[in-house]
Ligand binder design. Structure first.
Ligand code: GRF
Length: 216
C-alpha cells in the first residue's frame, strides 16, 4: 500500500478527482495527507470531509525558498510519502527539495508540454493559434515543466474559445489523466529510462493518451 501526499494551493479540483477515483477503484495506495501552503485553500475542506488528514504549511514569512521547502519536506516525510502529487501547488520548488523526491514527485501542467510552459497556458495556446491543446502529467525535475512525461490529454481549440472556456475543457481531461497516471505509478507500471517515462505494455495504448471528443 503506497502513501500518496497531495499538495494544493487553492481550489483542489484535481485533488478531489484523484481522491474520488482512488476510493471508487480501490488502488494499492492511500491518500495519506493533503497539504496546502495556504490556509484558505478551498480543497482542504473537501479533504477533511473525506476523512483525509490535512495540514497547512504557510509559505509566507520565510527568509528563503530553501527554508520553506525544508519545513514542507519535513511535513511531507512525516506521512512517509511514496509519491508526492502536485495538484495546483503554486510554488517554485528548490533543487534540493525536488531531488529529495526524485522519481516520486509528479505534477500536472495545463498544456501539451513541451509547448507553453509557465503561466497563462490557455491564453498562450489561443495566441499561438494552435488547433489542439491539453494537459500533461510529468515527473518533477529541477527545471520547471520539463520532466519525463507520463500521460497527456488532447482537446480541440475552437475558434470562439476564450481562456476560460478552453481552461474548462482542459480541466475536465486533467481530472481523467491525473488519476490514471497515479494509478499506474501505484501499480508499479511506470519506470524512468533515459529521462523518459515508460508505461508498462500491460496498459492499453489507447489509455495512455486521451483525445477529448467534447467540443463544449
Ligand atoms: C490546474 O489547471 C492544473 O493543471 C494547474 O493548476 C490548476 C489547479 O486546479 N497546475 P485545481 O486546484 O486542481 O482545481
Amino acid at each position: 500500500m503506497k502513501n500518496i501526499v497531495i499538495l494544493i494551493s487553492g481550489r483542489g479540483s484535481n485533488m478531489e478527482a484523484i481522491v474520488r477515483t482512488a476510493q471508487s477503484e480501490k488502488w494499492p495506495a492511500r491518500i495519506a495527507a493533503v497539504i496546502s501552503n495556504r490556509a484558505d485553500a478551498a480543497g482542504l475542506e473537501f479533504a477533511s470531509s473525506m476523512g483525509i488528514p490535512t495540514a497547512v504549511v504557510p509559505s509566507k514569512g520565510y527568509a528563503s525558498r530553501e527554508a520553506f521547502d525544508a519545513v514542507l519536506q519535513e511535513k511531507i516525510d512525516q506521512y512517509e510519502a511514496d509519491l508526492v502529487v502536485l495538484a495546483g501547488f503554486m510554488r517554485i520548488l528548490t533543487a534540493p527539495f525536488v531531488e529529495h523526491y526524485s522519481g516520486r514527485m509528479i505534477n500536472i501542467h495545463p498544456s501539451l508540454l513541451p509547448s507553453f510552459r509557465g503561466l497563462h497556458t490557455h491564453q498562450q495556446a489561443i495566441d499561438a493559434g494552435v488547433k489542439v491543446h491539453g494537459a500533461t502529467v510529468h515527473f518533477v525535475t529541477p527545471d520547471l515543466d520539463v520532466g519525463p512525461i507520463i500521460a497527456q490529454a488532447v482537446v480541440p481549440v475552437l475558434r470562439e474559445d476564450t481562456e476560460d472556456t478552453l481552461a474548462a475543457r482542459v480541466l475536465r481531461q486533467e481530472h481523467v489523466i491525473y488519476s490514471r497516471a497515479i494509478q499506474w505509478i501505484a501499480e508499479g507500471k511506470v519506470t524512468i529510462e533515459n529521462n523518459k517515462a515508460l508505461i508498462d505494455p500491460s496498459v492499453d495504448a489507447s489509455q495512455q493518451f486521451f483525445f477529448s471528443k467534447e467540443y463544449q
